[in-house]
Design a protein around this ligand. Structure first.
Ligand SMILES: CC(C)(COP(=O)(O)OP(=O)(O)OC[C@H]1O[C@@H](n2cnc3c(N)ncnc32)[C@H](O)[C@@H]1OP(=O)(O)O)[C@@H](O)C(=O)NCCC(=O)NCCSC(=O)CCCCCCCCCCCCCCC(=O)O
Ligand SMILES: Cc1cc2nc3c(=O)[nH]c(=O)nc-3n(C[C@H](O)[C@H](O)[C@H](O)COP(=O)(O)OP(=O)(O)OC[C@H]3O[C@@H](n4cnc5c(N)ncnc54)[C@H](O)[C@@H]3O)c2cc1C
Length: 667
């Protein structure tokens, strides 16, 4: 079957891998990206970016100082948002940005991810009409300033205030303490001249909780901070170093009343407050990012899997049989066990990410029509997915990095940077442990609704079902039935963990603890239930995708899904065994099946990552390059190190040589 990546001059091992492909890589890529047309557009954009001299990098970013890297990124961003703006559709923009500037952030990242979405979904018609056209035309750059030095997770305790002054019909925005400074918002430090700032709304001395306000931070002509505004960059981080995450203090800055984002909650000129139809609609920008970041995190893991798989196909080290040739490291079972589950998880995350984006769009439609009834389900799902996917992705990328041995530790592999970017997601948009508890709150309600025989939304319908015995390993050789048996077992486990957590919670309450303290005593179990609920959703979403896939890719997707299910079950074996639903023999069966899957997938491994359709420029990895010619490329990459500009460094001349000389003269 055709693998469309084969080219003359490629590393022969990689070509051989591609020749064993049993499916059409373009078919799978088109399925992943939604259509043939989308795939072609993706390629077109990659090719045009590579050919555009405005995007050329004289030396790789890895060798630049932070300031120079920020500069290069800003320069390219200007090209994207002026020259390229009308050449791509909004949904193609993330790909264009990844291709052109990379993954460490760019001056308009938060403008797109949170500033525009906040204004779109929370500004009233008047404010939207005034500010949105300017923001969309990039006349201004904005960000989303919520987190403070002292509080990020617990929004109710944010300290920044917006106090309404009826006499002037203005809000007075103030940072009362050092730890109330906004701290962390992306692009706040240097790039943005506006921000949506989250503040406690105070009217007549009454605190009405966190609300969002549009605040101008810098002069539109000079870009100098406006009076009363202290703003700057918080310094280098693990990654995202081309993003100016910033600090901000506001000293009684006055803004007009209409700059409160008042689509849902409103303050009238006389100070009358009207609450929103759902208390948490002010938190909408966070739900927006959580709903979209799942897909982008799937892509980060896909890149790592592509690097590790291709490199493992060209790297030869050691022998499996005495006297045999040195083998491709991809032939080691341990290597396959490290990498193949990451390929499967990347696909699973991408599929789930696409489903949740659709669910988000439906929820927004409802809200626009005055109905927020889909929001709780979406909030629970996005909170769970955000947490599970970022953690899974981080572990997966680290496995891929280690699987590349020493070269995986080099920035040339692209993997350290991927890891740094990925793990940011465990923290931003709500720390994972905290967001899993949001999911658990919903599950606890679901358990009660199920007991009361109430109807349940599709994502928690399993809570209302009855368990039979696990049929894993007992359903004969039919793969379709095996998939169903495993999904039913996962449903049972997710249900059992939620019910157990609910009972543990109730027991503590009956034992005399207040609800909240009792909750804190069972949160590890609550979060377990949330994770398994999320992993069940991911498995179901993968299954839906498999069932709706065209016959030309059904077989390879089925193999991948088998591996995914077997790996997840072995990984969660403790939960499957704990209540005796599965027995030791069934876990052994799942392990045996998993090892068989590794062998089945081996001939298609390279082709499966080729179908991610990530260009060399986007992958930015010497080890993962499509042609597999890594060794020469590694040397060329290293030669660009600034330490190699001269043969004898000043550091050596000034310190090491005199030291050696002095020591020699002592002899
Ligand atoms: C939710 C909190 C933890 C707690 O909030 P509260 O104390 O106010 O509420 P309660 O816990 O008491 O809950 C009450 C009730 O409300 C429900 N609830 C809570 N939140 C929501 C919600 N959002 N929606 C709906 N319902 C909600 C809750 O379940 C309860 O219900 P019940 O009573 O029925 O049980 C809150 O404090 C919180 O959210 N904390 C976390 C803070 C946080 O997330 N901060 C984020 C700051 S911004 C940030 O980090 C930005 C990072 C950006 C990085 C960008 C990188 C690029 C990403 C790429 C992808 C994006 C691409 C976009 C592309 C595009 O647009 O095109
Ligand atoms: C790369 C990056 C980009 C960011 N971008 C932005 C941005 O653009 N705009 C913005 O406003 N913010 C941004 N942030 C801030 C981010 O949203 C917060 O850091 C995040 O929400 C976590 O809050 P925190 O820092 O207060 O963590 P903390 O809450 O202090 O977490 C510390 C520990 O306490 C635990 N903990 C806290 N509360 C509870 C609880 N109730 N139950 C159990 N455990 C708990 C956590 O699980 C964690 O282990 C960014 C952060 C990063 C890393």
């Amino acid at each position: 079957m055709p693998n469309r990546c084969i080219r003359p001059g490629d590393n022969p091992d990689l070509t051989k891998e591609r020749e064993t492909c049993t499916f059409d890589t373009d078919e799978l890529a088109a399925n992943l990206y939604g259509s043939r047309r989308n795939l072609e557009r993706r390629r077109e954009i990659s090719q045009k970016v590579s050919a555009d001299p405005d995007f050329a990098d004289p030396i790789p970013h890895e060798f630049l100082s932070r300031e120079k890297a920020v500069d290069a990124t800003a320069k390219k961003s200007k090209v994207i948002f002026q020259k390229w703006k009308n050449l791509v559709k909004p949904e193609e923009m993330p790909h264009l940005v990844n291709e052109a500037v990379g993954i460490q952030g760019f001056p308009l990242a938060l403008h797109h991810a949170m500033f525009l979405p906040s204004l779109n979904s929370q500004a009233d018609d008047d404010l939207a009409a005034e500010i949105l056209p300017r923001a969309k035309a990039y006349e201004i750059i904005g960000t989303y300033a919520q987190t403070e030095m002292g509080h990020g997770t617990n929004l109710r305790e944010l300290e920044t205030t917006a106090t309404y002054d009826k006499t002037t019909q203005e809000f007075v925005i103030n940072t009362p303490t050092r730890k109330a400074m906004k701290w962390w918002p992306g692009n706040l430090g240097k790039m943005s001249n506006y921000a949506v700032v989250c503040c406690q709304l105070i009217i007549d001395g009454k605190n009405l909780g966190p609300h969002n306000f549009l605040v101008q931070l810098r002069c539109e002509k000079t870009h100098e901070p406006l009076p009363g505004i202290t703003v700057g960059d918080i310094g280098p981080k693990i990654a995202y170093n081309t993003t100016d995450n910033g600090f901000l203090a506001l000293d009684n800055v006055r803004i007009p009343r209409r700059q409160m984002l008042m689509k849902h909650a409103k303050v009238s000129p006389d100070g009358t407050y009207t609450p929103p139809i759902h208390a948490k609609l002010n938190y909408g920008a966070m739900v927006h990012v959580r709903a979209h970041m799942i897909y982008s995190h799937g892509h980060l893991l896909a890149r790592a899997a592509a690097v590790a798989t291709r490199y493992s196909a060209v790297r030869r080290q050691g022998r499996i049989e005495n006297g045999g040739p040195e083998v491709q490291i991809l032939d080691y079972q341990t290597q396959q066990h490290r990498i193949f589950p990451q390929i499967a998880r990347a696909y699973a995350i991408l599929f789930a990410g696409q489903e949740v984006r659709d669910q988000y769009a439906k929820t927004l439609e409802g809200i626009a029509n005055g109905q927020a009834d889909l929001l709780p389900d979406l909030h629970a799902l996005t909170s769970g997915l955000k947490s599970v996917v970022t953690f899974m992705g981080g572990l997966g990328i680290e496995q891929c990095r280690m699987s590349c041995g020493g070269h995986g530790y080099s920035d040339a592999s692209g993997l350290p940077k991927l890891y740094g970017v990925q793990i940011g997601g465990c923290t931003y948009e709500g720390e994972n442990m905290v967001m899993l508890q949001q999911t658990a709150r919903y599950l606890m309600k679901g358990v009660k609704w199920a007991e009361q025989g109430k109807s349940l939304s599709p994502s928690i319908a399993y809570l209302g079902k009855k368990s039979g015995k696990s049929l894993i390993g007992l359903k004969g050789g039919d793969i379709t039935r095996e998939h169903e048996a495993i999904l039913e077992t996962l449903e049972h486990t997710a249900r059992r963990l939620a019910i157990d957590a609910s009972q543990l919670w109730e027991k503590r309450i009956k034992g005399g603890e207040c609800k909240e303290r009792a909750w804190n005593g069972v949160t590890v179990e609550m979060n377990r239930a949330s994770r398994v609920y999320t992993r069940l959703f991911m498995a179901r979403s993968f299954h839906r995708r498999l069932l709706s896939s065209p016959s030309s890719i059904r077989s390879v997707l089925s193999d991948l899904f088998s591996l995914y299910l077997h790996y997840e079950c072995v990984d969660m074996a403790q939960h499957l065994l704990e209540d005796g639903h599965c027995n030791g023999g069934q876990i052994q069966y799942l392990k045996k099946r998993l090892y068989e899957d590794l062998t089945t997938l081996r001939p298609n491994a390279v082709s499966l990552v080729d179908s991610f359709e990530i260009s060399d420029r986007e992958l930015n990895s010497v080890l993962g390059r499509r042609d597999g010619n890594v060794y020469e490329a590694l040397f060329q990459w290293a030669k660009q190190s600034e330490l190699n500009y001269t043969d004898v460094l000043p550091a050596v001349k000034n310190y090491m040589m005199p030291m050696m000389e002095e020591n020699r003269s002592k002899l």
